[in-house]
Design a protein around this ligand. Sequence first.
Ligand SMILES: O=C(O)CCC(=O)C(=O)O
Length: 281
Amino acid sequence: MSATDPRSDAAATDAEVEAHVRAIEANGYTLLENAIEPELIDGLNEALARLERDLEITPADNDFEGRETVRIYNLLAHDRAFEQVPVHPAVLPIVEGVLDPGCLISSLSSIDIAPGESKQMLHADDQLYALPRPHPAIVCNTMWALTDFTEENGATRIVPGSHLRDHSPDPTADPESFETMPAEMPRGSVLIWNGSLWHGGGANRTDQRRTGIAMNYCAGFIRQQENQQLGIPTDVARGFSKRLKRLVGYGVYRSLIGHIEKRDPIELLGDVTKLRTVWDR
Ligand SMILES: O=C(O)CCC(=O)C(=O)O
């Protein structure tokens, strides 16, 4: 998708999906410019402003989350506006191509970098999973730009190709000591990366906030970062589309992982289905 081609029916074609998946394999990331409908971006910005006010959210008290950064977690529990994010047709097929269609939502939060914030320490989002590196993708994360992302306002800084290294960055290292590239993108764009890619939030040297939504996914066979099944009230999850129910974890990976007495957990939301496990075949 190009900067001059904003789409309202944003679905990516098979060829586009394939090209983005290959780019993530090779470079660790890809960028979808102007992929999201402007009305959806407006609605998400409004919902975030409402939540920040109603929930009285303030910055965290640690360097990783950022002392000048407003983060709101577990967004699916808080406002129906966010239900369109995990299933967006411009993005989800690419994530499914990197992981597989049994992937899960790992977390859904906003990251609003305010003026005065400094560079975040570089990290890999999958570094807490103790596996030898490099390894097949188990995490695939996305950053939705709800404002323009520029080098000056704190665009995510990435180290292209670093997902192929045999280690993650030293969290105690000075963020200035790494050579990084700012992932600049206009509002409505989405950065997608392999969870092993080294990256971090940028410093905000402007007088405006840089607002993003961190829509993060993981493979269906590992533990999600935010506990989606316990964190989202059952009554709220009942109103989700079937695909979204599966993405939050009301499903069974490869016909076995996650079953409850050989039944599909989606039954807990009132859906009628019959699970045929891998053992039954
Ligand atoms: O805000 C950003 O651009 C990146 C933030 C990030 O990588 C994180 O907090 O894990």
